[in-house]
Design a protein around this ligand. Structure first.
Ligand SMILES: [Zn+2]
Length: 273
């Protein structure tokens, strides 16, 4: 049973050392090769359905996702995905901003904290154009907070507001969610269950179908950061993808554990008295 990679991209741009950037030429080459090898992109809603039915994924399937509103999704990825017939297997997660009321087509979506000034965002009109061509849109909160640091009421507000804003604008359901930074705890997962059909986490790995399948509310993704060379994108159509991701996961988990321990120790030091 083949597990399914859910690819996670942010910005497509050349000559950048940023961890969220991916080279456009490699994006084009990678997708062309996947299409040539008969890979089909599945929408995340479809992935969630397969998981609920505990069925295996069809061979040669993958899903494509983009986070954080970067305009390169519209300018660069959109035509490439269209060329390779992968639009309806693509989900773009939108962070909609905190302003109340309906969105105007010419408004651009908010930039995310930490985005560079030369990384513009797409407009709501461009969202509509991509949606009409088949791209799916999912919710990624109103303001992109770390949900594990918020009380339940605010987590729910962030989720509901992003879902409603997208649905009001597009007149179509937005049933998938991505936790900002992938961070989630029990509370966030419970609330995602209430508002959505599935949710993407920060777990690096492949989504497993079948009887012991992945949790639809803690979906694994493959950060494109790990695929940004010709040799590593080639892993997508090889048998080495799963072991490669597992190997990358070890230092990642270790780093996190060390960071968590240091945080605890620092908090301990700051205790008064
Ligand atoms: Zn994000």
């Amino acid at each position: 049973m083949a597990p399914l990679p859910v690819l996670m991209f942010h910005v497509l741009e050349t000559n950048s050392q940023s961890a969220i950037s991916f080279p456009p030429a490699l994006f084009e080459r990678g997708l062309a090769e996947l299409a040539r090898r008969g890979y089909r992109a599945m929408a995340l809603t479809e992935v969630a359905d397969v998981l609920r039915q505990r069925k295996p994924f069809p061979q040669r399937s993958l899903s494509v996702t983009f986070d954080d509103n970067h305009r390169s999704v519209y300018e660069i990825a959109f035509p490439v995905l269209q060329r390779h017939d992968m639009l309806d297997g693509t989900t773009v997660f939108l962070t909609v901003g905190s302003a109340p009321g309906p969105r105007q087509p010419d408004q651009t979506l908010p930039p995310l904290p930490g985005a560079r000034r030369d990384q513009p965002t797409f407009s709501w009109r461009q969202v509509r154009e991509m949606h009409a061509a088949g791209v799916r849109f999912g919710a990624h909160t109103a303001t992109h907070p770390d949900l594990t640091r918020l009380p339940a009421e605010q987590v729910e507000q962030e989720m509901a507001r992003s879902r409603e804003t997208i649905e009001d604008f597009l007149g179509a359901p937005a049933t998938c969610f991505a936790y900002p930074y992938g961070r989630h705890d029990h509370q966030a997962v419970q609330l995602a269950r209430k508002h959505f059909d599935c949710a993407c986490s920060d777990r690096l790995g492949l989504v497993r179908g079948g009887k012991a399948g992945s949790d639809p509310y803690r979906l694994e993704r493959v950060d494109a950061y790990y695929l940004r060379h010709d040799w590593s994108i080639g892993l997508l159509w090889s048998m080495w993808l799963a072991p490669y991701l597992q190997a990358r996961n070890v230092p990642r988990q270790l780093r996190r554990r060390v960071r968590a321990r240091l945080a605890i120790r620092q908090r301990g030091c700051n205790k008064p008295g």
